[in-house]
Every structure is written in structure tokens, then in C-alpha cells.
Design a protein. Structure first.
Length: 340
């Protein structure tokens, strides 16, 4: 019985020594930036990363659970809140400035990603009182890439005369779309693990979405410039008209004096031209002008600073190795010296 108790104590102590730090709970704070049809640079097409407008940067926060599958791979489950926004008035493209659209949305995403640790290094730092007096602080560094899938909820809004409106019910382009879509997150990150339990890191990711209506802009105009210009409060679809075609709001900002009398608009900002249905003399028919770029989906960028706590779990392989000791199937014989 005594030997059995001593063996059990030995197994427990060594199991703790060889425990695996597999589970991690944590949170993150960071920044978000939207890439889509609104705002952007001087180009006429879809924005790319060079068209980022830093004025559109907003904040993000999330909580996560990470599980270490093996030395090279981990899986992470995340719940992410991010605020996104965009505005044409900060664009360097004159036609977008004249279009004058804007939006903001609060998003909630549930994501599952797989992480690949492509670089790892473990070292022991000098003695430090940060962990405990007289002990050594262990510092692990890893660099990882990740990819996965997620589900996103979004609800684009816009302000008009100091009031905020939900854009989706207004169907500003005459299109009904869902507030839920999928995401494909891809990114890269770095993390330090202090004394095996405290993990501090950063990660940067791009989120491609399955929707082109994160910003409520995708296809062609439903309402003409004249519809929005002549709309009055109380009219049918008043909000949809004035929020669907916002060019008339800024006409006075870009008007110049006409020497012949009346008002002339700055030719560098084509106010009222091709913003909504118009008659094309070359085609001799009424056509719809483009409001957005429907060929590409919307996306956004996230930059997070993470902090997590790693939880120790038992090493099953080590337990299996020493299970025979508990079951008395492994006998250790004591060696004695013969006396003559």
C-alpha cells in the first residue's frame, strides 16, 4: 500500500511537470478599416489597400478561445465586434465626392480559424521578480498565419439632418438583401508567451465578406437626381430618395457664378450628371447610371492587440506511459549489493 501511494504521488508530480498548455482564453482591442464602394482614392474602380482612408478607422474588440492541436497548429474561436464606416467626401475621386454617399455599421462576427505556427523560439530570460522572486521567467515567441470562415451580422446606417436611418429597409437601390453573410478571414500574427501562462500578441487580418451591401451600395441608382432634388418631407419614399441619391445636398458647395447669369456647377465635380436614370443621347434611350461596383464584394481590415491566459492540461501520452505503475503491472526491482 505504501509503495502504491508513493507511486501515485510520483505520477501526479511528474504529470504536472510534463503538462501541456493547450487551452487559452483571451480578449483583444484594436482598429478596423473598411474597403468597399464608398470613399477611397482617385481611381474609378474598387478600392484596394492603397486607397485606405485613415479617417475611416474605427475600433474593434473581441473575445477568443484558442486550442493547441499540436506543435505547429492551433484553432481559434472568436466573437468580434467591429465598427465600420465610409464617406465619399473624403475621397480624392471627384465623381465619388459628387456622389456624396456615406454609411456606418456595427458588425458582430463569429469566426473559426486555423493557425499555423511557421516560426517558434523558446528561451529562458535572466532571473526576474516579475514571475516570482528567485525564479526564471520563460519567454516563448511564435509567428503564425491563419485562415478560416465566419458569420457576420451588419446593419448599414446613414445620417440625414441629424437623424440616423437604417438603410436596408429603405432599399435605396430597389434591392432586398440579408443582414447576415459569411466572412473569410486571412491574416498573420505574432505572440509572446510569458512563463507559459500569459500570452501577449498582435494580429492583422483582412476579412472578405459574401455581401456587397455592407455599405448599402452595389449596383445602379433607383432614384434620379431630380427625384432627390424635388423630394419633400412627408412624400412617399422621401427617406429612400434623399438617402439613395445624395448629390443634391452638396450642389451649393460646388456651384460657381455663371457670367451669363444663373448658377453653373463646377465641371470638375459633375453635379447632377449621370447620378440616377438619365437620357443618353448617343443611345437614344433612358439608362441607369452606376451607383457602385457589383463585381467585387466588400471587405474590411482588423488590427488587434491580444492578451490571453493559457490553461494547463494533462499530457495523455505521459499518463499512458505511467499507467502501468498505477496498475502494478510495471515492477521496479531494488538493486542490493551482495555481502561476502
Amino acid at each position: 500500500m505504501k509503495k502504491l501511494i508513493l507511486s501515485a504521488i510520483f505520477i501526479v508530480s511528474t504529470s504536472i511537470t510534463f503538462a501541456q498548455y493547450k487551452k487559452e482564453f483571451g480578449g483583444a482591442l484594436g482598429f478596423s478599416n473598411y474597403l468597399g464602394d464608398i470613399g477611397g482614392g482617385a481611381g474609378p474602380g474598387r478600392d484596394n489597400i492603397s486607397d485606405l482612408r485613415w479617417q475611416q478607422t474605427r475600433y474593434t474588440l473581441n473575445g477568443y478561445f484558442r486550442y493547441k492541436l499540436n506543435k505547429n497548429f492551433s484553432t481559434r474561436s472568436s466573437l468580434i465586434y467591429a465598427r465600420l464606416s465610409g464617406a465619399d467626401n473624403i475621397s480624392t475621386n471627384p465623381e465619388r465626392v459628387a456622389r456624396n454617399l456615406s454609411f456606418k455599421t456595427n458588425t458582430t462576427e463569429i469566426a473559426q480559424t486555423i493557425e499555423w505556427n511557421f516560426y517558434q523560439q523558446t528561451k529562458m530570460s535572466p532571473r526576474s521578480s516579475i514571475v516570482s522572486k528567485g525564479s526564471k521567467k520563460r519567454m516563448d515567441f511564435r509567428a503564425f498565419a491563419f485562415a478560416g470562415v465566419g458569420v457576420l451580422y451588419y446593419n448599414p446606417k446613414a445620417e440625414l439632418n441629424g437623424k440616423t436611418y437604417n438603410l436596408r429597409p429603405l432599399q435605396t437601390e430597389g434591392v432586398s438583401y440579408s443582414p447576415i453573410t459569411y466572412t473569410v478571414p486571412v491574416g498573420i500574427g505574432f505572440a509572446y508567451t510569458l512563463n507559459k501562462t500569459i500570452r501577449i500578441g498582435v494580429d492583422f487580418s483582412y476579412r472578405l465578406t459574401g455581401s456587397d451591401y455592407i455599405d448599402d451600395v452595389s449596383g445602379t441608382y433607383k432614384y434620379t437626381y431630380e427625384d432627390a432634388m424635388n423630394a419633400k418631407p412627408g412624400d412617399a419614399n422621401y427617406e429612400a430618395k434623399v438617402l439613395g441619391n445624395r448629390t443634391p445636398e452638396i450642389q451649393s458647395l460646388y456651384a460657381v457664378n455663371n457670367p451669363n447669369g444663373g448658377t453653373q456647377y463646377n465641371p470638375n465635380l459633375p453635379i447632377g450628371k449621370n447620378y440616377g436614370d438619365y437620357f443618353d443621347n448617343n443611345q437614344n434611350k433612358q439608362v441607369q447610371s452606376i451607383r457602385g461596383t457589383s463585381n467585387d464584394k466588400d471587405g474590411y481590415l482588423l488590427f488587434n492587440i491580444t492578451a490571453g491566459y493559457v490553461i494547463k492540461g494533462k499530457n495523455k501520452a505521459y499518463q499512458q506511459k505511467y499507467r502501468n505503475i498505477v496498475n502494478r503491472r510495471k515492477v521496479v526491482k531494488k538493486k542490493t549489493r551482495a555481502k561476502f
